[in-house]
Design a protein around this ligand. Structure first.
Ligand SMILES: NC(=O)C1=CN([C@@H]2O[C@H](COP(=O)(O)OP(=O)(O)OC[C@H]3O[C@@H](n4cnc5c(N)ncnc54)[C@H](O)[C@@H]3O)[C@@H](O)[C@H]2O)[C@@H](O)CC1
Ligand SMILES: [K+]
Length: 504
């Protein structure tokens, strides 16, 4: 799905009203009802305790007023507090009128901020996508007051004070929500680590926003879900043979890091490749032949580090990096590979660090290569980022400048493309923050590229299936117990879920 900006969200709102011939009040009722249902499914009136709804002057506040009415109707103990303002939105005014008389409503005053018991449930409906600048004055004081109260906060659409798609100055007052319940689509802000203390866990609830508008909207930021991947992974052909599914080469491993080569190899084998050859230093030969008998091993003459580039003519894709170490001989192998390769490359780990240390090599990257840095490796490639937003700018610039695909690994792994698009992955869990996870990803991506998928399809399917394998594995191991080898076991089911169904 697309990630819309705050301005586009407003336009989507208007398009929905026109398309469905409904009033803005109806859409607000629908949105607030979806929010309320989400809340009621998780907190009974007894569990919620006193529900304090804080409303700003716009439509976010209007959502809060509708939620207050619906919660009161369902037996929750509700109080409403509104921010003083010169002007309230029309739908705010209308819903203030509709608030049932037993629900107390008061105006927030700077000299007497309302008491917020720690056991209360706070609904933050102060500001949503209409926020145009950091909060100041009474709104800022109220946000700080609410954050300090220690009560559970559930934010409507956005934690108030956070901008949907732009950074704000450090120390701007922002609600620290435990949950943020947003409408239809996630906001860019939710996907960046620096905003996690404010957003808490985020959820989306459907409100029937115009599909046509979403499909046609300009923009190059996407949230990678199963719908976006539909049709990208073909079924295997009945009369296919191992030659149909490509021959991958992995250049990986060094003494003490043969495990990285092995994990990449196992992941590659589990991702549908027809044939796999692994080039390791001689120390890896017996290990690979024993632990991954399906792969062919092609040992280097050097015992501990790669030193020679093998003949490349048999391979349909090549992955380099896992466990390589920073030996000079391995750097020379990388350079020779960059000069010689005519097939897609996947570049990871120490191979990326070598590119960072020798930026002139970046010019040799074959077009449509996929790079898979974590943020530290990316910093070595593209320089330091001021914040998470600036890192995305650097990612776009880097991919454009080097005409490559870059998978910036993290909680919402972000794929940058040569044309400047950003794709945020939706799968995965913190259990995957463990040694070897990245080696597995390199194996998956190399396998998908070897099978002649485009760089975009391979990268999207690869990051999603890798995270999904992590989610399936964690159902068995828990997050803390997850090791990278578990991922390889669940790649098959993860890819199967994505495989295009046979048309009738
Ligand atoms: N787009 C959608 O799909 C829907 C949006 N709805 C709600 O409408 C919200 C957007 O409503 P609005 O556009 O009215 O915007 P908001 O309610 O987010 O805020 C706008 C109000 O805040 C004031 N304001 C903005 N920045 C401020 C600042 N820094 N300090 C003090 N005041 C400030 C504005 O003057 C205006 O009065 C969404 O977040 C959502 O909660 C729903 O009701 C219906 C569906
Ligand atoms: K809010």
């Amino acid at each position: 799905m697309k990630i819309l900006t705050a301005a586009q969200t407003r336009q989507a709102d208007q398009a929905t009203l026109r398309e469905q011939n409904i009033s803005s009040a109806t859409l607000m009722e629908r949105a607030a009802a979806a929010f309320t249902q989400w809340l009621m499914a998780r907190q009974s009136p007894a569990e919620a305790g006193e529900v304090l709804v804080f409303c700003g002057p716009g439509n976010n506040g209007g959502d809060g007023l509708v939620a207050a009415r619906l919660l009161h109707g369902a037996g929750y103990a509700v109080r409403v507090f509104e921010l003083p303002a010169d002007r309230y939105s029309a739908d705010f005014e209308a819903n203030r009128q509709r608030l049932p008389a037993p629900v107390p409503i008061s105006t927030v005053r700077a000299d007497a901020l309302p008491a917020v018991p720690p056991a209360a449930l706070v609904i933050d409906a102060l500001f949503g996508t209409g926020l145009s600048r950091p909060l100041s004055g009474l709104a800022a004081a109220l946000v700080q007051h609410l954050n300090q109260a220690g009560a559970r906060i559930v934010a409507v659409d956005m934690p108030s004070g956070l901008l949907a798609d732009a950074p704000q100055p450090p120390d701007s007052p922002i609600i620290r929500a435990r949950h943020t319940v947003s409408f239809e689509l996630p906001k860019l802000a939710f996907l960046l680590p620096q905003n996690a203390p404010y957003v808490g866990q985020w959820h989306t609830v459907p409100i029937g926003l115009s599909r046509e508008f979403q499909a046609a909207a300009d923009g190059n930021r996407y949230f990678v879900d199963a719908t976006l991947l539909a049709g990208r992974l073909p079924r295997r052909a009945k009369f296919g043979h191992k030659g149909t599914y490509g021959h991958a080469l992995l250049l990986a491993g060094s003494r003490g890091k043969i495990g990285a080569a092995l994990l990449a190899a196992q992941a590659c084998l589990r991702s549908g490749v027809g044939l796999l050859t692994v080039r390791t230093p001689a120390v890896g030969y017996d290990i690979l032949q024993t632990a991954a008998p399906e792969a062919m091993a092609l040992p280097d003459s050097s015992p501990d580090y790669l030193s020679e580039l093998p003949d490349l003519k048999s391979y349909s894709a090549i992955g380099i990096g896992p466990g390589l170490d920073k030996a000079d001989s391995a750097r020379q192998v990388l350079e020779k590979l960059l000069r010689a390769a005519t097939v897609p490359l996947v570049v990871d780990a120490d191979a990326l660090n070598m590119l960072g240390a020798n930026p002139e090599l970046l010019a040799l990257l074959p077009p449509d290569s996929i790079l898979t840095p974590h943020p530290k490796e990316f910093e070595r490639l593209a320089g330091p980022a001021r914040d998470d937003y600036h890192r995305l700018d650097l990612l776009q610039e880097f991919c454009r400048a080097h005409q490559c695909y870059t998978v910036l690994k993290g909680a919402y792994t972000c794929l940058g493309t040569p044309d400047g698009a950003l794709y945020f992955n939706s799968t995965g869990n913190p259990g995957m923050a463990t040694g070897g996870s990245g080696d597995v990803l390199t194996g998956v991506l190399t396998a998908l590229r070897a099978q002649h998928l485009s760089a975009l399809d391979a990268a999207l399917l690869g990051i999603y299936a890798h995270g999904r394998a992590g989610d399936l594995a964690a159902q068995h191991t828990g997050e803390a117990g997850l090791v990278a080898g578990d991922l390889t076991r669940f790649l098959g089911p993860a890819l199967q879920e994505l495989t295009t169904a046979e048309a009738f």
